[in-house]
Design a protein around this ligand. Structure first.
Ligand code: HEC
Ligand code: HEC
Ligand code: HEC
Ligand code: HEC
Ligand code: HEC
Ligand code: HEC
Ligand code: HEC
Length: 363
C-alpha cells in the first residue's frame, strides 16, 4: 500500500490515498462553491506493482473503478486514463466482468438486473489462476494425472499461444454486442476450447494509424502482445510466448526465462540457422558488446506500445522498423528512439554503411 496525495488541477479536487487501520482508503475533497467531499475504502487492486495499478471499491455492493491510478514507474498518483479532463468527481465508473475477465479469476456472476453488483466477493482470486491456462482442474485435483489437465506445452503452436492470447490481445467476440452489450474479451472461452470460435483479433487496415495500431499493423497500445506476435516469423516457426516467459514466475524482469540480454542468444547466434546472418553478434548489431545498443530488444522490441500515462511496453512483432517506414508511416524508429539527438536521415545513412544489412530491405 503506497500512500499519497495530489490535487487534480482541472477539477480542483484533492485526492488522498492512505491507510486507515489495515484498510486502504481514498478520500476526495474540493473546497469552495462546488464543494464535494467523501471517501471510500479501496477493496481490490488491478494491475501490477511494476507498471501501474488501479483500484476498485464498492458502494452498496456495486463495484466501481477509482478515478485515480498509481503509476509505478513515475512513482506518482494521478488520474486514471480517460479521467484527466474531467471537471467533476466521478464515482460511477462501473467495474463489470470487462476488467475482471483478465485481471482476476473465478469471477462471480453479477446479481440479476445489474452488471456490477455482487452477492459475495466479485472474484475468488486476484490475478490469473491456474485454471485460466490449464483448463478446469477439479478432476485433476481429485485424481492428479497428466490426462485430465491441459499442459500448454503439449498443444500445437496455435493453441499453445492462444493460452496467452486470450488475455494479451485486443479484439472482439465473434458476436458483438451480446444481449445489447459490447465486450472486449473472449466471452465464453476457457482453456481447452478453440479461441477462434469465440474471438477475433482487432481488425487493421494497412496504412491506417489509430488508437490500436500503427500503419504497418504494429501495436500502438498495450495488451496487444498477441496481435503483434502472430505477425512474427517466430510464431510461424512454432515459437511460443512461453519459449521466452515462464508465467509461474522467475527472478527476471517480465518473468523471462533468462534476462533479456541473454535470452535471444539461446536460439540465435552467428552459427545458428535462425540468424542473424553475420560473422559475430557485434558484426550484426554494430554496437560494442555490453552497450545498450547491442541488446537484441533494443532494435527488435522497441518500447512503443502505450500503456497508462507515458509508460510504454515492448513491441512483439520482432521486426526491425526501418527509417523509411518511420518517415512514411510515422512509426517510431528504434534507432532514433534511443539516439534522441539524431534523425532518421542519419539512421538511414548509418545503416547504409553497415555491412550485412540489405539495402533492398533496410533504408
Ligand atoms: C498464465 C498461464 C499459466 C498459469 C496461470 C499457470 N500455468 Fe502452469 N503452465 C503454463 C504453461 C504455458 C506451461 C507449459 C510451459 C512451461 O512449463 O512453462 C505450464 C506448465 C505447468 C506445469 C508443468 C507440467 C509438466 O508436465 O511439465 C505444472 C506442474 C504447472 N504448470 C502447474 C501450474 C499451477 C499449479 C498453477 C497455478 C498455481 C499454474 N501452473 C498456473 C501456464 C500457466
Ligand atoms: C486470464 C488472463 C491472462 C492470461 C491467460 C495470461 N495473462 Fe499474462 N497477464 C495478465 C494480466 C492482467 C497482466 C497484468 C499484470 C497483472 O495485473 O497481474 C499480465 C501480465 C503478464 C506479464 C508481465 C509480468 C510482469 O511482471 O511484468 C507477462 C510476461 C505475461 N503476462 C505473460 C503471459 C504469458 C506468457 C501467458 C500465457 C502462458 C499469459 N501471460 C497468460 C493476464 C493474463
Ligand atoms: C482481454 C484482457 C483484458 C481486459 C478485458 C482488461 N485488461 Fe487490463 N491488462 C491486460 C493485460 C494482459 C495487461 C498487461 C499487459 C500489457 O500491459 O501489455 C493489462 C494491463 C493493465 C494495466 C496496467 C498495469 C499493468 O499491470 O501493466 C491496468 C491499470 C489495467 N490493465 C486495468 C484494466 C481495467 C481497469 C480494465 C477494465 C476497464 C482492464 N484492464 C481490462 C488485460 C486486460
Ligand atoms: C522471443 C521471445 C519472446 C516471445 C516469443 C514473447 N515475448 Fe514477451 N517479452 C519478451 C522480452 C524480451 C520482453 C521484455 C522484457 C524487458 O523489458 O526486460 C517481453 C515483455 C513482455 C511483457 C511485459 C511488457 C513489456 O513489454 O515490458 C508482456 C506482458 C509479454 N512480454 C507478454 C508476451 C506474450 C503474451 C507473448 C505471446 C503472445 C510474448 N510475450 C511472447 C520476449 C518474448
Ligand atoms: C526458442 C527459440 C527462440 C528464441 C528464445 C528467440 N528466437 Fe527469434 N527466432 C527463432 C526461430 C526458430 C526463428 C525463425 C528462423 C527462420 O526460420 O528463419 C526466429 C526468427 C527471428 C527473427 C527474424 C524474424 C523476421 O521477422 O525476420 C528475429 C528478428 C528474431 N527471431 C528475434 C529474436 C529476439 C529479439 C529474441 C529475444 C527477445 C529471440 N528472437 C528469441 C527462435 C527463437
Ligand atoms: C537502446 C539504445 C540504442 C539503440 C536502439 C541504438 N543505439 Fe546506437 N548507440 C547506443 C549507445 C549507448 C551508443 C554508444 C556506445 C557504443 O558505441 O556502443 C551507440 C552508438 C552508436 C553509434 C556510434 C556513435 C555515434 O553516435 O555516432 C552509431 C553510428 C549508432 N549507435 C547507430 C545506431 C543505429 C543506426 C541504430 C538503429 C539501427 C542504433 N544505433 C540503435 C544506443 C543505441
Ligand atoms: C542496432 C540494431 C540491431 C540490434 C541491436 C540487433 N539487430 Fe537484428 N536486425 C537489425 C536489422 C537492421 C536487421 C535487418 C532487418 C531486415 O532485413 O528486415 C536485423 C535482422 C535480424 C534478423 C533477420 C535477418 C538475419 O540476418 O537472419 C535476425 C534473426 C536478427 N536480426 C536477430 C537479432 C538478434 C538475435 C539480436 C541480438 C543478438 C539482434 N538481432 C540485434 C538490427 C539489429
Amino acid at each position: 500500500m503506497i500512500e499519497g496525495a495530489f490535487t487534480h488541477a482541472r477539477s480542483g479536487i484533492r485526492y488522498r490515498v492512505y491507510a486507515e487501520g489495515d484498510q486502504a482508503t481514498l478520500s476526495f475533497e474540493r473546497p469552495g462553491g462546488r464543494s464535494v467531499a467523501g471517501r471510500v475504502s479501496l477493496k481490490y487492486f488491478v494491475g501490477s506493482n511494476t507498471r501501474g495499478r488501479t483500484f476498485l471499491f464498492t458502494i452498496d455492493r456495486f463495484l466501481y473503478q477509482s478515478p485515480i491510478n498509481y503509476y509505478a514507474r513515475a512513482r506518482v498518483w494521478d488520474m486514471s486514463p480517460g479521467y484527466a479532463d474531467l471537471t467533476s468527481m466521478p464515482l460511477n465508473h462501473v467495474v463489470d466482468q470487462t476488467c475482471l475477465f483478465c485481471h482476476a479469476s473465478q469471477v462471480a456472476m453479477p446479481e440479476n438486473g445489474t452488471t456490477n453488483r455482487f452477492e459475495g466477493e466479485a472474484f475468488g482470486q486476484e490475478g490469473v489462476g491456474c485454471e485460466r491456462c490449464h483448463g478446469p482442474g477439479s478432476e485433476h485435483v481429485r485424481d492428479p494425472k497428466p490426462a485430465n489437465i491441459v499442459n500448454p506445452a503439449r498443444l500445437d503452436y496455435v493453441h499453445a499461444n492462444d493460452t496467452c492470447i486470450q488475455c494479451h490481445s485486443q479484439g472482439k467476440p465473434l458476436k458483438n454486442p451480446i444481449e445489447g452489450k459490447y465486450y472486449d474479451w473472449p466471452v465464453g472461452f476457457q482453456q481447452g476450447l478453440n479461441l477462434r470460435d469465440f474471438w477475433e483479433l482487432e481488425e487493421h487496415k494497412l496504412g491506417e494509424t489509430n488508437f490500436m495500431h500503427f500503419a504497418d499493423g504494429t501495436a500502438h497500445k498495450n495488451r496487444m502482445q498477441g496481435n503483434d506476435f502472430v505477425q512474427s516469423v517466430m510464431y510461424t516457426r512454432g515459437v511460443t510466448c512461453f519459449s521466452c516467459h515462464d508465467v509461474h514466475g522467475t527472478g527476471n524482469n517480465a518473468d523471462l526465462l533468462r534476462p533479456a540480454k541473454d535470452l535471444c542468444t539461446t536460439c540465435h547466434g552467428p552459427n545458428s540457422p535462425n540468424g542473424p546472418h553475420a560473422a559475430s553478434i557485434e558484426a550484426h548489431t554494430h554496437h560494442e558488446r555490453g552497450s545498450r545498443g547491442s541488446e537484441c530488444v533494443a532494435c527488435h522490441m522497441p518500447q512503443i506500445a502505450q500503456t497508462i500515462a507515458d509508460i510504454n511496453v515492448r513491441s512483439h512483432t520482432f521486426k526491425f522498423i526501418t527509417p523509411s517506414m518511420s518517415d512514411e508511416y510515422k512509426i517510431p524508429n528504434p534507432c532514433t528512439n534511443c539516439h534522441t539527438d539524431r534523425d532518421t536521415t542519419w539512421a538511414r545513412e548509418t545503416l547504409r554503411t553497415w555491412a550485412g544489412t540489405s539495402p533492398w530491405r533496410v533504408n
